[in-house]
Design a binder for this molecule. Sequence first.
Ligand code: NAG
Ligand code: NAG
Ligand code: NAG
Ligand code: NAG
Ligand code: NAG
Length: 469
Amino acid sequence: MMKYKFILLFFILLICVSNAEQKIFQKIHQNKIKREFSRSEFSELKSPEVDSSDPKWLRNMNYDQWISDMKNSFEHGNYSKWASSVNKQMNVEEMVQGVNDLYKSSASCIGCKFLVNMARIMMQKGKSNDQILDIGTKICNVFKIQTPRVCEGVMKIIGVDVVDVVRHSNLKGSQICRFFLGQPCVNGYAAQHDWNITIFPAKEPKIRYPLTKPSEKVPPLKILQISDTHFDPLYEVGSNADCGEPLCCRASSGAPNSTKSAAGKWGDYRKCDTPLILLENAIKHIVKTHKDIDAIYWTGDLPPHDVWVQTREDNIANLKFTSKLMAKYFKGIPVFPSVGNHESVPVDGFAPPHAPPHKNMSWLYDQLAVEWSRWLPTKTHETIRKGAFYSTLLKKGFRVISVNGNYCSRMNFYLLWNSTDPLDQLAWLSKELQSAEDKGEKVHIIGHIPPGGKECLKSWSSSYYDIIN
Ligand SMILES: *[C@@H]1O[C@H](CO)[C@@H](O)[C@H](O)[C@H]1NC(C)=O
Ligand SMILES: *[C@@H]1O[C@H](CO)[C@@H](O)[C@H](O)[C@H]1NC(C)=O
Ligand SMILES: *[C@@H]1O[C@H](CO)[C@@H](O)[C@H](O)[C@H]1NC(C)=O
Ligand SMILES: *[C@@H]1O[C@H](CO)[C@@H](O)[C@H](O)[C@H]1NC(C)=O
Ligand SMILES: *[C@@H]1O[C@H](CO)[C@@H](O)[C@H](O)[C@H]1NC(C)=O
């Protein structure tokens, strides 16, 4: 888990729900599938929500005092007063440690709620998004969560969109924390994120048990899976591999303070991504030693971890370059790609259709359709352009379905608005599987984010398992 995620979290936490969302929310339709959305939940937003189940200090903390201390401290370059007052209230060290396992540590949930409560008060006092972003950057700096340029860049690239999303969410603070962190946040159930999909058309499969093994004469298939190549075009041998940022080993990482800190020729096990020489040689080696590969599952995460400076253009260039490399070496071998969470800018942000139009994903999905068309039939373009998922035959009787797991990811902050089966992907999956079953096809489902994992939203996961089981 990269530390930038915590900065993101910090941010999410800092920004809160204003009172003005009702209008926007009225535009979002009622959930027709299982429940009516209760409008009474909006009224609670009128006053800062404080969970009675939260620790006393968290409920009673004088956030106003804290904020004014902070302001003074920032202006006079002396952080001790407010920093120590916060430290007294909570174990900041443990919180910062908790960053490394966001989904396990209850400290990350306390930290989340602390900041949400604080941000709520800031919003009530009419603070603008820029002022909140600014405080976010300062907190990131003061707690040395990242270097100043990373703090600032993350706020600019990721924070801006997170502000936008949280501003238009109707959720309480505890519900927001529960959405992003899951398990560690015991409270914060939100009915709108608890949904089921109706499985289409819910026919019982005609499978006879026990299943019979294929005969020995049936030749096995050899499938190569490649994932998370994270090719870094700016990797530089000899640069600082121990730079304290989410990504090192670049000229911009500064000079190494000893030969031990210098980036190696073939890459580096510290905070570094993949140099071209490693990627290219690994592929060449595979081609040489495995001449009988039947197909490749290529499960995403192509760009490097420089999420605080990344641009859409960078990521598209990386997609084009890496796709070309794959095609060059794996000549004539079918490749079945999936999209990872790093393909988007901001990282993890894959806007569903209810997001504002200018956030639409066509900049990425149209390009995926183009690059993937090397290996996939034109029939797949429609769903790729819609949501970066597709279904196609690997060979007769054997289907590959590639899903876009970013629509189940807790880190996909756009889903805070509405996480109900984004783009009807699960409904589509259930139809595809039914049709495959009707035709007697076998199916592999590939993707980047595993359903059932901590990062995947519970409703999406359980609906997924309902479908495949
Ligand atoms: C979320 O979006 C779906 C359509 O994708 C809609 O059916 C549902 O009612 C929405 N849920 C809420 C809580 O607005
Ligand atoms: C910082 O402020 C505190 C009081 O808030 C004071 O006791 C301390 O001396 C100050 N430190 C510096 C370095 O100015
Ligand atoms: C979804 O389905 C599960 C299992 O059938 C059930 O336990 C749960 O209550 C359902 N959730 C909703 C929101 O309907
Ligand atoms: C070199 O840098 C690393 C990490 O930035 C640090 O832990 C270490 O103490 C430094 N060594 C010296 C000799 O400055
Ligand atoms: C998608 O966003 C781009 C800008 O990124 C815009 O040019 C385009 O018109 C948008 N498309 C739709 C369908 O809203």
